[in-house]
Design a protein around this ligand. Structure first.
Ligand code: ATP
Ligand code: MG
Length: 138
């Protein structure tokens, strides 16, 4: 079991000024930050990141949204990080997200859902490597 996961604070949340509150909730839940950057994806980069969804009907919308404004990308560490972070962020659709979860607190729709969380240890490594070099992790 790995103890690291990868997250992004998505453009809806950064534009609404929720970055600080979301980071605060993540840190208070026991995650420590191992890498972090404020950046903006091109449509091509967003498409590569979400390549697994390329054939889905919402892919174009997803890529447009994820490249529409700045994001915060971060590698987080905690015991059982991937699973515990998915619990902390809540269901993909905020209408189904549990009370107190980040998506319940900050997301507005299934598309604009405030945060990303890796779905496996393997993808956490791939996604962290997408954004960060070895010199950017501490
Ligand atoms: P993420 O990978 O961003 O953490 P997730 O794992 O909960 O989210 P996925 O099934 O991997 O959900 O979908 C990736 C992202 O695609 C979602 O977070 C959401 O932004 C978008 N998405 C998923 N389903 C839809 C949909 N039906 N309509 C619009 N956007 C969607
Ligand atoms: Mg996913």
């Amino acid at each position: 079991m790995s103890n690291r996961t990868f997250t992004m604070i998505k453009p809806d949340a950064t534009s609404k000024g929720y970055t600080g509150a979301i980071l605060d909730q993540i840190i208070k839940a026991g995650f420590s930050i191992k890498a972090m950057k404020w950046t903006k994806l091109t449509t091509e980069q967003a498409g590569l990141f979400y390549d697994i969804h390329r054939e889905r009907g919402f892919f174009g919308e997803l890529v447009e949204f994820m490249s529409s404004g700045p994001i915060v990308a971060a590698i987080l560490e905690k015991e059982n990080a991937v699973e515990d972070f998915r619990t902390l962020i809540g269901a993909t659709n905020p209408a189904n997200a549990a009370e107190g979860t980040i998506r319940k607190n900050f997301a507005s729709s299934i598309g604009e859902n405030a945060v990303h969380g890796s779905d496996s240890d393997e993808n956490a490594i791939i996604e962290g490597d997408f954004f960060f070099s070895k010199l950017e992790r501490f």
